[in-house]
Design a protein around this ligand. Structure first.
Ligand code: SF4
Ligand code: SF4
Length: 228
């Protein structure tokens, strides 16, 4: 069976990768599955941990800004806190920063600035199968422009949906939303319209094409690496 999304290994200052969409019906999960396979099998270069060909036992990218998507929240809740609602989950595992109308919802960090789901002694992720999109799509190797844009678009649009749901939850309770850090916060539900993630609970349900702007979609499906 032909793969719907191809991760093509390219020599770009060491072994990096490109993304080519082979089937217009490909889902976000098709992309993630193809990338999982390449990360495990392709021997991609590890710029932040030279000499490595795998990520197991390395935590060098687990102390950064870790934006969450709506579906990440659902996956992590199932793994870590099945009974928690959105606010209860975010109060323990999230960090909500609001600056004026702008909102950023990320994973919480421990006092040393490391992700709250990291086992710092063994340097492994305690929720690996449910880790967020931003973790699943990061490899410290070179990649093409279209591959980097795809990752950014998915993370950003998925986070937009989480912000929308966070505001909706507060609206339903008629209470202000949970905010950990606020600078003249004035988030408004009207600023966060439905996204391609709305109404979906898994990455399998979300078509890649629905998330990509048309020019990015054209580049991803062109299969022409030289133009990527
Ligand atoms: S992607 Fe992250 S975990 Fe993997 S080798 Fe690079 S820094 Fe380490
Ligand atoms: S969720 Fe897991 S992989 Fe992602 S930053 Fe945290 S510990 Fe690392």
């Amino acid at each position: 069976m032909e793969t719907k999304v191809e991760i093509a290994v390219r020599k770009i200052k060491g072994l990096g990768y490109d993304v080519i969409v082979r089937d217009p019906g490909a889902s976000v999960e098709d992309y993630l599955t193809a990338l999982d396979r390449a990360i495990a099998e392709a021997g991609l270069y590890r710029a932040r941990a030279p000499g490595r060909t795998g990520c197991h036992g390395c935590d060098r990218c687990c102390a950064e800004r870790l934006p969450l998507t709506w579906i990440d929240y659902l996956n992590l809740r199932a793994a870590a806190a099945p009974d928690a609602g959105l606010e209860a989950f975010l109060s323990v595992y999230g960090h909500v920063l609001v600056d004026g109308p702008a909102v950023d919802i990320t994973l919480a960090a421990d006092p040393a600035g490391r992700c709250c789901f990291l086992d710092p002694d063994r340097k492994i992720c305690r929720v690996y199968p449910a880790r967020p999109l931003t973790c699943r799509t990061y490899v410290c190797c070179p990649s093409t422009t279209r591959a980097r844009r795809l990752r950014a678009v998915l993370v950003n649009r998925g986070e937009d949906e989480l912000v929308r749901q966070w505001l909706l939850a507060a609206h339903r309770r008629s209470k202000p939303p949970l905010i950990h850090e606020g600078f003249r916060p004035r988030p408004r539900l009207a600023d966060w319209p439905p996204t391609p993630f709305s109404g979906h609970t898994t990455y399998r349900e979300v078509p890649l094409q629905a998330v990509c702007p048309p020019n990015l979609w054209r580049r991803l499906s062109s299969g022409n690496f030289l133009k990527a």
